[in-house]
Design a protein around this ligand. Sequence first.
Ligand code: CP
Length: 300
Amino acid sequence: MNHIIETQQFDRKSIQELFALADQLSGHREESLRGKILATLFYEPSTRTRFSFESAMMRLGGNVLTMENAKESSSNTKGETLEDTIRTINTYADAIVLRHSETGAAKRAADASAVPIINAGDGNLGQHPTQALLDLYTIQKELGRQDGIHVAFVGNLKYYRSTRSLAYLLSKYEDIRISFVSAPELRMSDDVKEYLKEKNVEFAETEDLEQVMREANVIYQTRIAKEWIKDEYAFEKLKGRYIITRARADTMKDGAIIIHPLPRVDEIAPDVDESPHAVYFKQIGYGLAVRMAILKQILG
Ligand code: CP
């Protein structure tokens, strides 16, 4: 059984094996998962995660059952529990990719499932482990290393499951420095900071984006998530605070990169896309290779 629920379950060796497989599968098509079926069950919107898992499965010769908007279109509307839905899909599929609005839903699904569950994001304080794996793979491909780097998470750190997942992953590497750049209302939650302290990872909280942009090897920009910040006044106040403009991007060190899990709204200006530091669209391709590797490891 190979559930993927949180990034703490990975170690350096398993990550390097996964990335080596992603290197092999990048741009490749094969039939190794012929006859296998993947179910993608999404209770929240998605473009990249759902399509990339589906594309990855098809590129490996497998088939896909998909349900978007499961909150409305599944038997959830009739009162069926998540556990019963998962038990049912176990009969139809060999693995399930699940996105859900409740923190802890992926673990609940795994406890009820006889087939692997892949967490594609659970709640506003949960995780998005495959996003963090592809973020780390992007860092490896672009910087050539994961040790000895300064990573700055910018913007929405409180309600952003992929920043939580990547912070946990980075704790496995040596000589890591993390800057958390945000307004006080959106600071990284204490559970992640406590974990980093336990693992002796150097981190600092700051509101000074300019200085961090000059120093960091990786700028991880995030979206101010309207779906999690219900107070309209607070949302309007926070959303324009940390925009990466071309002028700011031009202050970055040679070789430093800007990544973003996407979707972007206006937190990275469109003219940054042409900057040599911008790799957030390339990151989508790295994600496809990583998700092919995940599926091959789990189902192959
Ligand atoms: N990065 C990410 O999870 O994107 P989607 O919401 O489009 O899947």
